[in-house]
Design a protein around this ligand. Structure first.
Ligand SMILES: *Cc1c(COP(=O)(O)O)cnc(C)c1O
Length: 426
């Protein structure tokens, strides 16, 4: 059973101050979860979770994670700026991007971030851009082919645009060593949203073995292995959640098997989880505003795919709870839709739910990662507000909703809105 972290009473109380739609995040559970992650890997001296900022780029959230010891994994200029703004730099930032502009390498270097090179050609590119390279760098690996986690979950690294081959990695290490780089890390992201405790241990074994081989072949120091993200969350009620303690233990076994007997010395294990850190601890709350019956039963709500793109984009399942009707039978079949002129703008298709009435709070689960952050402005729709349910139960506005002025701001090269009468439009 998936349980909402808001009750109907709380939603009604919030509604007096903050109208729907909004994303809301549960601070207490976020903190408990990050503590469990840190505990699971506490056997490794250098362990650090670099939260994947793209999953939830809200500085209030980043501050909570930073206070629990997390660094930030950035992939763009804006994400670097956000991380710096919450007080991180140096080893607190991992910069993993691809097709990277020179300006971003420069700024990442200025912050002292650990730069993760995605491609062999970036070795010469970054040398030309920076002149002097940082002492510590990371390289992204792509083994090609297919990657299979024991229970049949597969991904297709051979089709992915990321990373470099083993030969390219070793060659890059030799060249970078010649350019003065003293410490290396290796990184790979081979599968996404994996609901298996075996993913990280399997990936760790591959990367640990690669680290040992790289050290033997090139003589470079490998001081960290970055397992990146990919640990899954139970979006569906029948999904079995991952057990982070088991995952940490599995990685420890691989470490003892491969790293301990090697001549590498201490190797820090790093992670860059986004979904696992934040996904379950956010929800999109929207209200039922219209009914429509044609060949199917539709419920129109005040959020749409611009607020949560995953169902429209990947057909992703997000569980729905009608607040206050948790114990009612799910005996009605609905499509829950937004108002975009796109037929994929549906949060749920043929979903069995309790009977919905106009004004009901529709609570869409698991939007804490890759939810708000994937938002866009199609149909001129505006981004929603974001709220934080604080540990003490109070609710804080951590981002206001976009306004029509925000939407029009990029037309300021144009004077047609200067004397425009906005009456009735806001
Ligand atoms: C997206 C991404 C992550 C986070 O992935 P999750 O599936 O949210 O855990 C981590 N590292 C890199 C480089 C990414 O692109």
């Amino acid at each position: 059973m998936k349980k909402a972290f808001l009750t109907l009473e709380k939603a009604k109380e919030i509604d007096k101050e903050y109208s729907t739609p909004y994303h809301i995040y549960d601070e207490k559970s976020i903190i408990e979860n990050v503590r469990a992650i840190n505990k699971a890997f506490s056997w490794n001296k250098g362990f650090k979770e670099y939260f994947a900022v793209k999953a939830n780029p809200n500085p209030f959230i980043l501050q909570i994670l930073k206070a629990e010891g997390c660094g930030m994994d950035c992939s763009s200029m804006s994400e670097l700026v956000l991380s710096k703004a919450v007080g991180l730099d140096g080893n607190g930032i991992m910069f993993s991007s691809n097709a990277t502009p020179a300006s971003e390498y420069k700024y990442a270097n200025k912050l002292g971030a650990i730069i993760n090179l995605d491609d062999f050609t970036h070795v010469e590119f970054i040398k030309n851009v920076l002149g002097t390279l940082p002492k510590k760098m990371c390289l992204r690996y792509n083994p090609g082919g297919v990657f299979e986690v024991c229970n049949g979950i597969m991904d297709n690294p051979g089709d992915a645009k990321y990373g470099m081959s083993k030969e390219q990695m070793f060659e890059a290490m030799k060249i970078l060593k010649g350019y003065g780089v003293e410490e290396f890390g290796i990184h790979a992201f081979l599968a996404s949203n994996v609901l298996s405790d075996k993913y990280y241990p399997m990936l760790a074994k591959i990367l640990f073995e690669l680290a040992v081989e790289a050290h033997e072949v090139t003589g470079v120091n490998i001081t960290f292995v970055n397992l990146s993200g990919g640990v899954g969350i139970p979006y569906k009620p029948e999904d079995e959640p991952c057990n982070i303690a088991n995952i940490g233990e599995g990685v420890r076994k691989a470490y003892e098997e491969v790293i301990v007997p090697s001549s590498l010395g201490d190797v820090a294990v790093l992670t860059e989880m986004g979904r696992f850190v934040m996904g379950p601890y956010g929800a999109l709350v929207t209200k039922a505003v219209h009914f429509k019956h044609i060949y199917k039963e539709y419920v129109g709500c005040d959020a749409c795919a611009v607020n949560l793109m995953r169902p429209a984009m990947y057909g992703a399942y997000h569980h729905i709870t009608i607040l206050g009707k948790e114990d009612k039978p799910c005996d009605h079949k609905y499509d829950i839709t937004g108002s975009l002129c796109e037929n994929n703008d549906k949060f749920a298709i043929d979903r069995m739910l309790p009977e919905i009435e106009i004004g009901d709070f529709i609570y869409i689960h698991d939007t804490g990662a890759h939810g708000f952050s994937m938002g866009y402005n199609y149909n001129g729709k505006l981004r929603s507000k974001e709220l934080l349910l604080k540990t003490g139960g109070e609710v804080q506005l951590i981002r206001r909703a976009e306004t029509i002025e925000d939407y029009l701001r990029t037309f300021d090269c144009f004077d047609i809105f200067e004397k425009f009468d906005f009456e009735g439009s806001r």
